[in-house]
Design a binder for this molecule. Structure first.
Ligand SMILES: [Zn+2]
Length: 397
C-alpha cells in the first residue's frame, strides 16, 4: 500500500471511535485514560474524552468499539526488513502484514542485514541504506510504518560519511557490531558522529546471533554509548548477569528487550529497571526476521510474558511497546494524546481466558485478542487472523 499523507487536495477525513471500554494511553505517567471516545482529523488525534463532551458531528468514519480496549498501535523497536513485505531470511512474504495482525503499526529497522550480497564497502553500504530508506518511505506494507535505511558501520567510514547519510535522509544506524567495527573506541567515534548529524544508533549486545556474527560484551557496549542497548537480553545468547547489571546501572541508554532473546535475561533486565526506577528505559522488539523466523505476535507475547512473570501491571507493560519507544525514538505515534498520529489497536481478553478483563488476562499471561488496527486514521485490518479470538470486537458503522 502506498504512503498516504493528506495533501491540500485531500478532503478532510474525520474518524470517530465511540463506546471504548478502556483506553491505554501508552504513557507511563498515566497509563489509563478516563475517556470513552477519540476523534482524529486527517490522521491525527484531535480530541479525546467523554463522547457527550466532544464534537462528533460530520465524522467520515465511525467505529463502535463495543466496549473493547483502545491502545496505541504497537511499535517493534528491532526488525530486520529487506524489501517490501519479503524477507529472504526464512524466505517468507507477507511477514509485515502478519505482524499488523499482531497489533504492530510501526517498525524500526536495526539494519537491512539480510539483503543477499549485502555490500560491506563504504559507498555500497551507504547506497543500500539510502535505497532502503527511500523504498520504505515510499511503500508501507499493509500500511505499516517501517522506518528503514539503517547502515551497519564498517571500518573506513569518516565523519563526512555520516553527514552525507543524514543529508540523504538516513536517521538510523543498524546494529553496531554486525559489521567490521567491533572495538569500543571506533564504535564510540562513529556513534558520536552519527549522533552529531541526528542519526540514532543501536548496538548488538551479547553472543553471536548466527555464524559470522560476534560477541559484543558490556565493555564495548558502554564504550560505544549507542542510543539503544539492542537486545540487552541477547539475540539469543545473553551476557552474564553481572554484565547485564552493569549495563543497567552504568548507562542511561534504552534497554531493549527482544522476543528472539533469552527470556530469563529479559526478566533480570526488567527487575533491574524496576529497582533503578528506570522503567521508562525499557522498550521492546522482536529482532525478527531471524533464525527463529518471524513472530507476528512477538510484541504482545513479550507484553504478556513481562507482565505475568515480571510482576508488572499490564497497562505498564503496554507502555514498553508504545510510549516508551516513541519517546526514545522521537516518533509522533505511540501515545494516545491530541496531536499524535491516529495509530491504534483494539484489544479485548481472549475468549475463555481465565482473566475476565483485558488487563487481568494479560497479567495472567494470556495473549489478548486483537479486533482491529488503524494507522493514520485509516482502518488497516479487522479481526486478527493470528490472535486468539477477542471476546468483544469493534465494528465500522
Ligand atoms: Zn543483534
Amino acid at each position: 500500500m502506498a504512503h498516504e499523507e493528506p495533501t491540500k487536495s485531500t478532503p478532510t477525513t474525520k474518524l470517530l471511535i465511540r463506546n471504548i471500554g478502556l483506553i491505554l494511553s501508552g504513557d507511563l505517567a498515566h497509563p489509563i485514560l478516563d475517556a470513552d471516545a477519540v476523534v482524529a482529523i486527517n490522521g491525527k488525534i484531535s480530541a479525546l474524552g467523554k463522547e457527550k463532551d466532544l464534537d462528533t458531528t460530520a465524522a467520515t468514519t465511525t467505529i463502535d468499539a463495543n466496549g473493547s480496549t483502545l491502545a496505541p498501535g504497537l511499535i517493534d523497536s528491532h526488525v530486520h526488513p529487506v524489501a517490501g513485505d519479503w524477507t529472504p531470511r526464512q524466505n517468507q512474504t507477507g511477514w509485515i502484514d502478519s505482524c499488523l495482525h499482531g497489533g504492530v503499526t510501526t517498525m524500526i529497522s536495526a539494519g537491512e542485514v539480510h539483503t543477499p550480497g549485502r555490500p560491506r564497502d563504504v559507498v555500497g553500504l551507504k547506497a543500500m541504506a539510502i535505497t532502503a530508506q527511500r523504498s520504505f518511505a515510499a511503500l508501507r506494507p499493509s500500511g505499516v510504518k517501517v522506518h528503514g535505511g539503517a547502515p551497519v558501520i564498517e571500518h573506513g567510514m569518516i565523519e563526512e560519511d555520516f553527514k552525507s547519510l543524514a543529508d540523504a535522509g538516513v536517521r538510523l544506524l543498524g546494529e553496531v557490531g554486525l559489521g567490521s567495527v567491533k572495538d569500543g573506541e571506533t564504535a564510540r567515534q562513529m556513534v558520536a558522529w552519527a549522533r552529531k548529524y541526528g542519526i540514532q544508533s543501536t548496538i548488538h549486545t551479547g553472543g553471536p546471533s548466527i555464524p559470522g556474527s560476534s560477541l559484543i560484551d558490556k565493555d564495548i557496549v558502554l564504550a560505544a554509548d549507542a542510543d539503544v542497548i539492542g537486545h540487552i537480553n541477547g539475540g539469543h545468547t545473553a551476557l552474564p548477569d553481572d554484565q547485564i547489571t552493569a549495563l543497567c546501572e552504568q548507562s542511561q541508554r534504552g534497554l531493549e528487550i527482544v522476543h528472539n532473546g533469552n527470556e530469563r535475561a529479559a526478566l533480570l533486565t526488567l527487575r533491574l529497571a524496576k529497582e533503578l526506577k528506570n522503567l521508562d528505559r525499557v522498550i521492546l522488539g522482536t529482532d525478527a526476521p531471524a533464525g527463529s523466523g518471524v513472530q507476528p505476535l512477538g510484541i504482545i507475547r513479550l507484553i504478556a510474558m513481562l507482565s505475568s512473570l515480571g510482576d508488572v501491571p499490564a497497562e505498564i507493560a503496554f507502555c514498553f511497546a508504545t510510549g516508551n519507544t516513541a519517546k526514545l525514538r522521537k516518533l509522533d505515534c505511540g501515545i494516545i494524546e491530541t496531536g499524535r498520529a491516529a495509530d491504534f489497536v483494539f484489544l479485548d481478553y481472549a475468549q475463555h481466558s481465565a482473566g475476565k478483563t483485558l488487563l487481568e488476562s494479560v497479567r495472567l499471561g494470556d495473549l489478548p485478542g486483537i479486533g482491529m488496527t488503524i494507522i493514520d486514521g485509516v482502518v488497516r485490518s479487522e479481526r486478527s487472523r493470528n490472535t486468539p479470538p477477542a471476546t468483544k470486537l469493534p465494528k465500522v458503522i
